[in-house]
Design a binder for this molecule. Structure first.
Ligand SMILES: CC(C)(COP(=O)(O)OP(=O)(O)OC[C@H]1O[C@@H](n2cnc3c(N)ncnc32)[C@H](O)[C@@H]1OP(=O)(O)O)[C@@H](O)C(=O)NCCC(=O)NCCS
Length: 146
């Protein structure tokens, strides 16, 4: 008699990151394979990544770089996606964040699969679109070691 298969271990959600976005992709977001188009995922990560920097730059900002972007697993229609973020660097005019994306698969809610991981840098800009210093008064970013 075959042994009963053990339940698939769940990927724990990060406890030291902030949940900055939740979204469910729609059929209009698919590519030719029927999976979710990578560009759609990148757009959501850019939006999610901007949340923590927006708290510190106190004004306009722009994405200057996507330093790393890893699509670990496909994203599918109906997945519940959770975007977690933390600040990894604060420079003179820029803030870099790490964004991790977890999927709860359709019909398997409560089990989390890491689907994407990315690092992005945002720059505080002035009215002319030029870099400006990030206000340092009272700047305290939990967990940031610099
Ligand atoms: C963002 C922008 C104003 C920066 O201007 P810039 O003259 O290139 O700025 P600087 O070279 O002085 O760099 C500004 C900061 O960005 C960082 N930066 C610049 N290029 C970078 C890169 N390729 N990767 C990581 N960080 C970078 C610098 O290290 C600096 O950070 P620091 O002050 O904290 O050390 C300008 O590049 C821009 O307008 N880009 C277009 C932004 C945009 O349209 N984004 C949406 C894309 S669809």
């Amino acid at each position: 008699m075959s042994k009963p298969s053990s339940p698939r271990p769940e990927t724990p959600l990060p406890q030291d990151r902030e949940l900055v976005l939740k979204v469910i992709p729609m059929p209009a977001d698919t590519n030719g394979n029927g999976d979710i188009f990578g560009g759609w995922v990148m757009a959501q990560v850019d939006l999610a990544g901007a949340v923590l920097p927006a708290r510190y730059v106190r004004g306009r900002m722009a994405t200057v770089a996507v330093n790393q972007f890893i699509f670990k697993q496909p994203v599918r229609v109906g997945d519940i996606l959770s975007f977690f973020s933390h600040v990894t660097r604060v420079g003179n005019t820029s803030i870099t964040v790490q964004v991790e994306v977890f999927a709860e698969r359709f019909s398997a809610q409560g089990q989390y699969v890491k689907v994407t991981e990315a690092s992005l840098t945002y720059v505080a800009i002035d009215r002319e679109g030029k870099p400006r210093p990030i206000p340092k008064e009272g700047l305290h970013i939990p967990g940031l070691v610099d």
